[in-house]
Structure formats: C-alpha cells, structure tokens
Design a protein around this ligand. Structure first.
Ligand code: SAM
Length: 340
C-alpha cells in the first residue's frame, strides 16, 4: 500500500480496513471523523455539490448496496480498535444506509453521545415529495476515559447573542445549520464536507497535536482542516486517482493555517471558580451583600461587584447567597431576580 508521510500526517492509498489493520496500533487515534461511501448505486445525490460533473474528481469507489451492511461492520470494528479510550468518532451518513451504520455501531462497545442532524440548504430538487436537506452525524465515544470535550473552545459560557440567548448553548444544539461549499469551477471530490463542520468537530473534540483520522479521505477535507488546526492527520483513500490528485494539495499546506480564522471565545473563568468557600469568605460575602443592598445597588450590580471581589462567577455568587438565605427561595427561578 502506497503511503505518504509528511511532518503533520500519514496518508495511505488503499482499503481502510486492511490499511488500519496493518498500520494503526490499538488505541492510537484521538478522534475519527469520517464520511463513508453511501452505498447508493447510480448515485445522483452528489450532483448538487458541484453541478458540472467535469469538475468532480473521478475514481470515487462506491460500495455495492448488497455488501454495505457487512462492510460497515468491518470498518466500524477497526475504527473502534484504533480509537483510544475517551476518543470520539463522528460518522456522517445519509438516511438510506443509516440503519447499517447504526447496526454496525451496536456490535461494538462504542457509546452514542449525540445523534446530530446537519441541515443544509439547496437540497436535491424534487417535484413529488419533500426536498431532502439533511445528513445524520453519529457522534460516539470509546468508553474507558473521560472524553475530550472543549466546552468553551468556540463560545464562552457567558457570551450572549443580542436577543439574550447563550451563544455557547446555541452552538451546541444538535441540529447544525451549515451550508455546503459551492465552489463553481474548482475540482473537488463528490461529497466534500464543509470546512465549518469539520472545524467545529475538531475544536470540540480534540487538542492541538492530537491524531485525527479519516477512514475515507475522499477530498482529504478532514485532513486539511486537522492540519489547519495544528492536529496530526492520517487516513485512507482507496482510489489511486483521488489520492494522487489530493496529495500535492496536502503537501503544500502550512500547519495551523486556519488558526487565525477562528473566533476568540470570551472566557469568564474567575480565578477562584473551582475552590470551595471558607466560613470566613461566606461571612465576608454576607456582610458585603447587606452593605451593597443598603447602598441601593441592584442585584445584578451586586452580583457583579461580589464576583470581582471574590474572583468567582455570577452563578457561584448567586448560589452562595441563596444557600445562606440572602436571596429568598421564591426568587430562585425568577428571571427578574437574576437579571434585575
Ligand atoms: C463520501 S467520500 C468521502 C468524502 C470526504 N469526507 C470529503 O470531504 O471529501 C468516500 C470516499 O471513500 C472512498 N472509499 C471507498 N471505499 C473505500 C475503502 N474501502 N477504503 C478507503 N476509502 C474508500 C471513496 O473512493 C470516496 O473517495
């Protein structure tokens, strides 16, 4: 099997099942992101990706529908073996063969974390039925260690949108609305995943230097984004034509090239946020609360002031005040209390 090793990744031209068996040790991968062939013979689904077929890289290898179930079991088992405990896997799947992938996952010890929906616009045109405009993303973990999940890698917990919603929460909803990249006139793989989706998965589920693997490289989009975010990439592509078209693009990448395009989350991690309160601190907090209330400050102002003084977040102060009876029980869930 031909392989190409670069300072930031190793790529194999061959079948992912045999390739993983030969080249990837047990528990050696931190994150798998992959988009297996869909097993749809006479596939027309891809056409809306890039309407002019002349710009689609040839050589895409499809799996016959009759073999799809068995093939899925075999590659998913290999993925399980190479993933480290606490590692994550994202599998992108259309609905036609979703059943086979879910069935394959059931044969492993991997556990579901989320079943995500990727919704995009410009679904395939139809006249006599609804327009399909989503994919499934199966987000699984290998048990045995705490899973990497970088909660504030994109939005700080305190960041709010203009309508007052938590941006962090919104970003972590399980329906992802992300458009495909329509690049007229450029040569690409049939089903290239958008940079935005891959960036999001990699930010939440890995650290710099982690090994990110794609069993079905196609246009090498997972590898490109992983390298762009300073991760180590690896993967397999069975088609020689695709492999040889994409390798020069990979060789020309500068590691970390995407980092400057990431938004900087606003982190509000007060220095004492993880420490428990001492009796002295609680006495001091109580006295300050009473004094500031008497001065006519609103609760919101007091929480802010006390947070600054004690090096703790809004919710930690609120909790301590409630626990010590300074904020009455009946106001606990009242929005007005927290924001007035
Ligand atoms: C859906 S595409 C992957 C698209 C890719 N995620 C991207 O963004 O460009 C699936 C790819 O898997 C390749 N493939 C098919 N069977 C394979 C196998 N047994 N091992 C490795 N790659 C295979 C196909 O040639 C195709 O390029």
């Amino acid at each position: 099997m031909r392989s190409v090793t670069l300072p930031f990744g190793t790529f194999y031209n061959g079948d992912c099942i045999g390739g993983a068996q030969a080249h990837l040790p047990d528990n050696s991968v931190d994150l798998i992101i992959t988009d297996p062939p869909y097993g749809i013979e006479g596939d027309k689904l891809h056409r809306h990706y890039n309407r002019n077929e002349e710009y689609v890289v040839g050589g895409y290898v499809e799996i016959p529908a009759t073999e799809y179930g068995d093939f899925s079991i075999r590659w998913v088992k290999e993925a399980e073996r190479v993933l480290r405990p606490g590692g994550s896997m994202y599998i992108v799947s259309g609905y036609t063969n979703l059943y086979s992938i879910l069935h394959a996952l059931k044969q492993t010890q991997l556990q579901e974390v989320n079943h995500l929906i990727w919704r995009y616009s410009f679904g395939v045109f139809t006249r006599r039925k609804y327009v399909s405009s989503h994919y499934h993303i199966l987000y699984y973990e290998k048990p045995g260690r705490e899973r990497t999940f970088n909660l504030e890698s994109r939005y700080g917990l305190s960041e709010k949108s203009p309508d007052g919603r938590s941006q962090n929460n919104a970003d972590r909803e399980d329906v992802w609305i992300i458009n495909r990249e329509y690049k007229p006139g450029t040569v690409k793989n049939k089903n290239e995943l958008p940079v935005q989706i891959l960036t999001k998965m990699i930010q939440y589920s890995s650290h710099k230097g982690d090994r990110v693997c794609d069993f079905f490289l196609g246009g090498f989009s997972t590898a490109k984004v992983a390298i762009g975010l300073n991760r180590h990439a690896c993967g397999f592509e069975i088609s020689e034509q695709i492999f040889e078209t994409k390798i020069p693009e990979i060789e020309n990448l500068t590691p970390g090239y995407l980092l400057s395009s990431l938004r900087e989350p606003v982190l509000d991690n007060p220095e004492n946020s993880w420490k428990s309160w001492t009796a002295d601190e609680i006495r001091q907090l109580t006295a300050e609360y009473v004094r500031l209330s008497a001065e006519g400050m609103t609760k919101k102002q007091i929480l802010h002031e006390l947070g600054e003084t004690h090096g703790r977040g809004h919710w930690a102060i609120l909790k301590a005040l409630k626990k010590n009876g300074l904020i009455p029980e009946k106001n606990r869930t009242s929005k007005r209390t927290a924001s007035s």
